[in-house]
Design a binder for this molecule. Structure first.
Ligand SMILES: [Zn+2]
Length: 453
């Protein structure tokens, strides 16, 4: 494993991006900096504690110091309304850089060696999700739909994550927000968001070093053309219901002996004996129109050998050559897309995004800015879990994710810690964990006690 990435360095990336946000206030008494507001929100997400700022304000009043300042380098903690007013006008695009700086650091540190899929390519999943909906609360950047004569307001996001078939964690890249692009009449949609993301980011990767994974919604001619233009491979879920021309061709070829190749592999899955049936065909048209693109098609069906029941089926369109050797790898890569759902969206929905209840929806970008900071906080935890032996040992010992965050919340409410490293080492020491190889010189050398508050 490469050198651990330090929280200090990760925080610096976030801080520098906030420092670079243009000042939108004019002629006011600028008591709180925009950076303090951004880092305060980041701190709430990082600690997964909506009351973190309030508790630290109390600590400051009672003891003259607080953990928001020491752990997150916030000079002054803004109130809820100040935070809202400061962050609402910030364009979330200003906060894209840290995602890529952190990704580059992971890559340079050799931490992404295991993050490869078919043909040694990096697998990037792109998928949309709604992260806010309301019938009352809204802002000009909400998407609006009318159901039963009632307006429904929503915000969606296209999440981009790096994953791999054998890796549990996903690495968050910068998101693309699904917002109305040209005012209220024209609703933006996920289709446009994915194109914007590709145009903006494809150049960051060496040609043909990435495979894009996404769902059936995006398995169409314009996207395949765009991916090819940007030298990106693809494995896209390809359902029969949305690709009649392609499946018509496959069914025709099924009548020709040997035209559709089948490969059967029996596997033991726990107590169950499974039969994995791969089928594939190369160079079929993605759609029936004159202008089309030729793709390779493959599918996997899993049967329970004992009961004869089908337990899984999915099919994909890809530009990777499909052979007996590559088909298991292509299918494993395609199937790893579920991780976006499990690891990524789950975080948005269940892991601490209750900030809006305290800080409101805003009238410009607040909702998107908060979500971006949440994703950055999530990314920082992933990076530490991937690279820092001390963090890994504490998390492993505490078992459930919730226990770890409960402990973080309780400790920082009652104790003052001069920095993140001290906090983590305190947990490590109190859990009586065996020595780990020092993450880097000095990290594990000193086992500090928390400062009495
Ligand atoms: Zn809105």
């Amino acid at each position: 494993m490469g050198k651990p990435l330090k929280f200090r360095k990760l925080l610096t990336s976030v801080r520098q991006a906030l420092d670079g946000v243009p000042e939108h206030r004019r002629g006011q008494n600028i008591q709180y900096s925009l950076t303090d507001a951004g880092l305060s929100a980041f701190a709430v997400f990082y600690m997964q504690s909506p009351s973190f700022l309030a508790h630290q304000r109390d600590m400051q009043r009672q003891r003259g110091r607080n953990n928001v300042r020491s752990l997150f380098r916030v000079a002054r903690i803004p109130s809820a309304s100040q935070l809202r007013n400061l962050l609402d006008p910030v364009d979330p695009a200003e906060l894209r850089t840290p995602f890529w700086e952190i990704y580059t650091q992971l890559e340079a540190g050799g931490h992404l060696g295991a993050y490869t899929g078919v043909g040694g390519t990096r697998l990037i999943s792109l998928d949309g999700s709604q992260y806010f909906s309301s019938q009352k609360v809204h802002c000009p950047n909400c998407s609006v739909t009318v159901r039963e004569e009632q307006p429904h307001y929503a915000h969606g996001v296209l999440l981009a994550v790096v994953g791999a078939p054998e890796q549990g964690a996903v690495i968050c890249l910068d998101p693309e927000f699904i917002t109305p692009q040209d005012g209220h009449e024209k609703q933006d949609c996920e289709q446009q968001a994915i194109k914007r993301w590709i145009r903006r980011n494809a150049g960051r990767f060496a040609p043909h070093s990435v495979t894009i994974l996404t769902d059936d919604l995006h398995c169409h001619y314009p996207l395949c053309k765009l991916l090819a233009q940007h030298h990106l491979h693809f494995i896209l879920t390809c359902k029969e219901s949305s690709h009649p021309a392609l499946y018509e061709e496959v069914h025709l070829l099924e009548q020709v002996p040997g035209a559709v190749t089948t490969q059967i592999v029996d596997k033991q899955h726990g107590r169950r004996r499974e039969r994995w049936v791969y089928r594939w065909v190369e160079q079929v048209p993605l759609r029936g129109a004159l202008k089309t693109v030729m793709v390779n098609w493959c599918e996997l069906t899993i049967w329970d050998v004992a009961t004869g029941q089908q337990s899984y089926h999915c099919a994909w369109a890809t530009d990777h050559p499909v052979t007996a050797e590559t088909v298991p790898e292509i299918v494993a890569s395609g199937r790893s897309r579920w991780k976006v759902e499990n690891e990524g969206f789950n975080v948005l929905k269940n892991q601490g995004y209750h900030f809006e209840h305290n800080y409101g929806h805003g009238q410009q970008h607040l909702s998107s800015v908060l979500l971006t900071l949440l994703l950055l906080a999530f990314l920082c935890h992933t990076v530490l879990d991937l690279t820092c032996p001390t963090y890994q040992a504490v998390r492993r010992e505490l078992g459930a994710r919730r226990t770890f965050f409960n402990d973080l919340r309780a400790l920082t409410r009652y104790f003052y810690f001069p920095n993140w490293q001290r906090l983590l080492m305190f947990m490590y020491q109190q859990l009586d964990l065996p020595p780990v190889a020092p993450a880097s010189p000095g990290v594990a050398a000193a086992l500090p006690v928390p400062h009495a508050c």
